[in-house]
Design a protein around this ligand. Structure first.
Ligand code: BES
Ligand code: MN
Ligand code: ZN
Length: 484
C-alpha cells in the first residue's frame, strides 16, 4: 500500500517530519499541541487566537509556518468522545494530507489518555489508511498517493494490525471501483484466486458446466444471458489448529446489473458495477482472516455473474429450480441477486456451517428505508444477529436491525412454483431477506448494503472517497475474530 502508518515513542514536537498534526479539543490545543506550540514560540496559539477555527469535530486547519507545517484537527468538545471518533479523525487527517501531497506527517495519538494508547493507535491507524485510499489508475499520471504517517507515542502492533485490515478494505474497494468491462466474473475469480495464493487460502473456482451439473438453476438462469461466463468462487481458511467451529460468508457478486429484461432505467443503472460489493467484502475479509489467523474455519462463497440481455437471457415468467430443489417463478429479472444467492446459500449450507453471514447490495428498498450510510441487518437467528451488530459497532460500520416479518412471506407465494422471486413494493427489503432465508440451512444473517456498499459522492462515505467503500470487510473480520 502506498499509505504507511508507523509508530514512534517520540512526541509530535520531537519528531522531524515536515508536517505535524495535533488536536484542538474544546476550542483549545491538546497537550501535545501545546508542547509543539512552545517549541514554535507560540506561533500556533497566536494564529488560533486570530482566526475563527473553532475546532469543530472533523474540521482541519492547515498552518504553513516558516519552519514546518502544522495541521490542526478539531475533535469538538472536551468530553463525550467514543473510540470511533479517533478513527474518524484519522480519516480527516489522511484526506487533508493526501490532498496536499505531503509525504510524511507525525500525528498526535488522539485521546490516548482517555482510551489507552493501544486502542487509539489501532483506531487512528485505521482511519489514516481508510482516508488515504484513492482509485486513480485510469487517470493521467494514475498513481495512488504516497504518504507515511507516524503516530506519536503509538503502539506498533496495533498499527500493524490496522494495516492488515486496511489491506483487505483496499482490496475490496479496488474490486468495486474497477469498471465492469474489466472486472467481469472471470476477472473477479482470477483476482480472488491470486489473493488466495498469496495469502495461503484454498480456492476453488467453478465454471458454467459445474454450475449446471450441481443443479444451481437459479444462479445459472441469471448468468446465462451474458457472454461473460459466470464463476462460482469458494475460498477456504483453515486455522493452524483444526477447529470444530465453521463459519460461512456469502457475498453477492453481480459484476454488472442491467436489470435484464426487466431493464433498469439509465439513471438506476449507473453505479451497478458496484453490485458485487458484497462479494468484494467477503473476499477482502478473507484476506484479512488469512493474515490474522483466528482459530476458526471460515469459508467464503461468491456466485459471480453478470445480469445482461441476449437471446440466452432468462425471462419474466420463467420457472427455475435452485440447488435445494425449490422452484422459483421469475416475476422480475432485476431481482437477480436473490437468485444467485439462493444457490450460493444452498451450496454453503452443504458444509454444515455453524453460522452463515451473507452480505449483498440487494434492494433499492433498503436504501429508501435506511439511506446510503446504514446497512440493513436481517437476522433469522437472533443471537447471531446481535453478534453481527456488536461486531459492526466495534468496527465503526453502521448497521441497523430490520424485521424478518413472517407475515410478508405470503407475498412471495407463486401460482406455478414454490415461490416467486418478488412480491410487491411494500417492505421490499424484508421480502428479499425472507426469500434468502428459504435457502440457508444454518443460523443465518443477511446484511443489505445496497446503500453503503457504494458511495456516489464522498459526502456519503464517512471513511473515504466516492466509489467503492469496502463496507462490510471490517464488520465481517471483527465478527470472525469474535467467534474465536
Ligand atoms: N442491485 C439491485 C439493488 C440495488 C439498488 C443496489 C440500488 C444498489 C443500489 C438489485 O438487483 C435490484 O435491482 N433490486 C430490485 C428488486 C426489485 C425488482 C424487487 C430493486 O431494488 O429495485
Ligand atoms: Mn437487479
Ligand atoms: Zn442487483
Amino acid at each position: 500500500m502506498a499509505i504507511r502508518v508507523k509508530t514512534t515513542r517520540r512526541k509530535v514536537f520531537e519528531h522531524d517530519a515536515p508536517m505535524r498534526v495535533v488536536a484542538v479539543l474544546g476550542g483549545r490545543l491538546s497537550e501535545e499541541g501545546r508542547l509543539l506550540d512552545s517549541e514554535l514560540d507560540g506561533a500556533i496559539g497566536q494564529i488560533l487566537k486570530e482566526t475563527k477555527f473553532k475546532g469543530e469535530f472533523g474540521t482541519t486547519m492547515h498552518l504553513p509556518l516558516p519552519r514546518l507545517q502544522v495541521l490542526l484537527v478539531g475533535l469538538g468538545r472536551l468530553r463525550g468522545h467514543r473510540l470511533g471518533d479517533v478513527r474518524l479523525a484519522g480519516v480527516r487527517v489522511a484526506e487533508a494530507i493526501v490532498e496536499r501531497g505531503v509525504r510524511e506527517a507525525a500525528v498526535e495519538n488522539f485521546l490516548a489518555a482517555r482510551f489507552g494508547k493501544r486502542e487509539t493507535s489501532r483506531a487512528l491507524a485505521e482511519g489514516l489508511y481508510l482516508g488515504g485510499y484513492r482509485f486513480n489508475k485510469y487517470q493521467g499520471g494514475g498513481k495512488p498517493p504516497r504518504a507515511r504517517f507516524v503516530i506519536a507515542q503509538g503502539y506498533g502492533p496495533a498499527a500493524e494490525q490496522a494495516g492488515q485490515l486496511a489491506a483487505g478494505v483496499y482490496f475490496a474497494r479496488d474490486l468495486v471501483n474497477e469498471p465492469p468491462n474489466v472486472l467481469n466474473p472471470v476477472e473477479l475469480a482470477r483476482r480472488a484466486e491470486a489473493m488466495a495464493r498469496e495469502a495461503g487460502l484454498e480456492a476453488r473456482v467453478l465454471g458454467p458446466e459445474e454450475i449446471q451439473e450441481l443443479g444451481m438453476g437459479a444462479y445459472w438462469a441469471v448468468a446465462k444471458g451474458s457472454d461473460n461466463e459466470p464463476r462460482f468462487i469458494e475460498l477456504v481458511y483453515r486455522p493452524p489448529q483444526p477447529s470444530a467451529r465453521r463459519l460461512a460468508l456469502v457475498g453477492k457478486g453481480l459484476t454488472f446489473d442491467t436489470g435484464g429484461y426487466s431493464l433498469k432505467p439509465p439513471e438506476a443503472m449507473k453505479t451497478m458495477k458496484g453490485d458485487m460489493a458484497g462479494a468484494a467484502a467477503v473476499i477482502g475479509a478473507m484476506q484479512v482472516v488469512a493474515a490474522l489467523k483466528p482459530p476458526v474455519e471460515v469459508r467464503a462463497y461468491v456466485a459471480a455473474a453478470e445480469n445482461m440481455i441476449s437471446g440466452h437471457a432468462y425471462r419474466v415468467d420463467d420457472v427455475i429450480r435452485a440447488m435445494n430443489g425449490k422452484t422459483i417463478e421469475v416475476l422480475n429479472t432485476d431481482a437477480e441477486g436473490r437468485l444467485t444467492l439462493a444457490d450460493a446459500l444452498a451450496y454453503a449450507s452443504r458444509a454444515e456451517p455453524d453460522a452463515i453471514v451473507e452480505i449483498s447490495t440487494l434492494t433499492g428498498s433498503c436504501v429508501v428505508a435506511l439511506g446510503r450510510e446504514v446497512a440493513g441487518l436481517f437476522a433469522a437467528d437472533e443471537a447471531l444477529g446481535r453478534g453481527v451488530q456488536r461486531a459492526a459497532e466495534a468496527a465503526g460500520e453502521k448497521v441497523w436491525p430490520m424485521p424478518m416479518e413472517e407475515a410478508y412471506r405470503r407475498k412471495l407465494n407463486s401460482k406455478v412454483a414454490d415461490l416467486a422471486n418478488v412480491g410487491d413494493r411494500n417492505g421490499g427489503a424484508i421480502q428479499a431477506a425472507l426469500f434468502l432465508a428459504e435457502f440457508a440451512e444454518a443460523p443465518f444473517v443477511h446484511l443489505d448494503i445496497a446503500g453503503p456498499g457504494f458511495a456516489p459522492a464522498a459526502e456519503e462515505h464517512p471513511y473515504g472517497p466516492a466509489g467503492g467503500t469496502g463496507f462490510g470487510v471490517r464488520t465481517l473480520v471483527q465478527w470472525v475474530l469474535d467467534q474465536a
